[in-house]
Design a protein around this ligand. Structure first.
Ligand code: CO
Length: 150
């Protein structure tokens, strides 16, 4: 599968709200998922969202501790009151790192690559990665989550 070019800031698509995916089994969607997995594999990132490869669709992936999560139409259903302030980067902002403010824990629902509904709980780095990628689907960039606190 080919590695897709990653769109960097500033590009209008990165600030656009993405569209829900209606048919997960659509071969074009399945191909996009495979291409995004390869693209992330070859990049030095934790996650990748479809708008970053030019598709304004609600699809993102995150890879942590050897586990790959594919989230289609993800929705955060609860966020911990407790926040934390991790350092963060983004493949669309090469070489830029900022301290951000994120919820320590979140719960989400999504559809997996087979069209099955899934629920996930995430804490710490995985929670941060999911929040970052889901923000991309809403056109929100990590520069908007910057914090001065440590
Ligand atoms: Co990003």
């Amino acid at each position: 599968m080919p590695k897709l070019p990653i769109i960097t800031y500033p590009n209008q698509i990165l600030e656009k709200k993405s569209q829900k995916i209606k048919d997960v089994q659509d071969p074009a969607i399945q191909e996009l998922i495979l291409n995004m997995l390869d693209t992330l594999e070859e990049s030095n990132g934790l996650g990748l969202a479809a708008p970053q490869v030019g598709k304004s669709l609600r699809l993102c992936i995150a890879k942590l501790d050897g586990q790959t999560h594919i989230l289609i139409n993800p929705k955060i259903i609860s966020k911990s009151w407790r926040k934390f302030y991790p350092e963060e980067g983004c493949l669309s902002f090469p070489g830029k790192f900022f301290i951000t403010k994120r919820h320590k824990k979140i719960k989400l629902t999504a559809i997996d690559r087979h069209g099955k509904k899934i629920s996930l709980s995430a804490d710490g780095l995985l929670s941060q990665a999911f929040q970052h990628e889901i923000d991309h689907l809403d056109g929100v960039l990590f520069t908007q989550r910057k914090s001065r606190k440590k």
